[in-house]
Design a protein around this ligand. Sequence first.
Ligand SMILES: *[C@@H]1O[C@H](CO)[C@@H](O)[C@H](O)[C@H]1NC(C)=O
Ligand SMILES: *[C@@H]1O[C@H](CO)[C@@H](O)[C@H](O)[C@H]1NC(C)=O
Ligand SMILES: *[C@@H]1O[C@H](CO)[C@@H](O)[C@H](O)[C@H]1NC(C)=O
Ligand SMILES: *[C@@H]1O[C@H](CO)[C@@H](O)[C@H](O)[C@H]1NC(C)=O
Ligand SMILES: *[C@@H]1O[C@H](CO)[C@@H](O)[C@H](O)[C@H]1NC(C)=O
Length: 303
Amino acid sequence: MRLNREIIMSLWIVVALVVFIGVTGNPNRTDSPEADTADMLAHPNTVPELTEEETEILGQQDLLLKVDAEEDFMATGELNPNHYPAQRAAKVVQHYLNTRYGSPYRLFGLHRVHSGNAEDVADSGRKYHLEITAQEIISNTTEKCSAEVLFPRVEQQGSAQVQASCEELLKVNITAQEEALYQQYKNSPNLVSSQYLPDSHGHIDPDMRPFWHLGIVASSFIMLNESTENTLYNMAQVANITQQATENDQLKFDSHILLHDMVSQEIIHWKLLFTWSPPEGVKVLKMEKLPHCHNCEKPPEIN
Ligand SMILES: *[C@@H]1O[C@H](CO)[C@@H](O)[C@H](O)[C@H]1NC(C)=O
Ligand SMILES: *[C@@H]1O[C@H](CO)[C@@H](O)[C@H](O)[C@H]1NC(C)=O
Ligand SMILES: *[C@@H]1O[C@H](CO)[C@@H](O)[C@H](O)[C@H]1NC(C)=O
Ligand SMILES: *[C@@H]1O[C@H](CO)[C@@H](O)[C@H](O)[C@H]1NC(C)=O
Ligand SMILES: *[C@@H]1O[C@H](CO)[C@@H](O)[C@H](O)[C@H]1NC(C)=O
């Protein structure tokens, strides 16, 4: 039943898009990922209320996406930059930038997709060529970047391979801030520990903000590794993070992280062991996906 599949497919896209627009469309909340993810977390399985303007955009997108799904879900050739195939591939570039250059004081976001093109590459998978504007969220700088994302064929079970360079976004000098944070927690007699970043009101204690950022960067390693053409991951919450003693120069953290796949609407729990230091950046030692369970502690809800 091809028709049914298409209808279900377009419904999924629309549902996911409602969440996407709800999350990114409010002009008051474009400055930081904090408010966005907190909002998402509060309503992990519901569709946020839309303003009139957002509904209008959605109406148009709804039509476009239906046409798109009927043409071919895994489109090749020129892509509509606002549609899911291009957006999902571009999101992987964001995770890639975080894994390479992310820091408690440097976080990447996807500002806009300008154009995208997808091609089947014999034997290896599907390659997307993208022109995007990436954003460094903390300094609020943006830069146009060209990127390539290769999703390997499903049976090869590999992760997406990404190439992108956005040097302008690295120009802000964060050396002093990183060094101060490092010294504070390297030399402290007490190991830092925190939970619910952000909490159910979307609040993060200013002292804990660097650890929320570290959690996002570390999660990007998971999201980069796990992303396919059929996922769109966002970091939802650092459920908890605990510093561990080390004998080397790294700060080491054990953390429990909640990711949100906006396509399936699932909240996925991961345990993540990682290190950070200013010269080495974030390195993931171990990532473990926790089984889906109904008795697990649920993310906090806003009443
Ligand atoms: C944006 O914030 C201002 C002031 O906080 C508020 O008056 C306005 O309604 C908000 N707009 C939206 C779309 O939330
Ligand atoms: C970020 O930069 C853009 C463009 O330069 C500006 O419109 C926006 O207000 C800035 N946001 C914040 C939070 O400073
Ligand atoms: C990344 O994902 C692959 C499966 O796609 C898995 O085999 C590999 O262990 C993962 N990497 C890490 C560091 O967990
Ligand atoms: C960044 O700032 C530090 C001091 O805070 C300085 O030593 C270093 O040279 C600067 N790096 C660059 C690339 O400007
Ligand atoms: C971390 O959070 C998860 C999910 O809320 C919970 O299951 C786990 O017990 C917590 N671990 C610690 C050490 O607090």
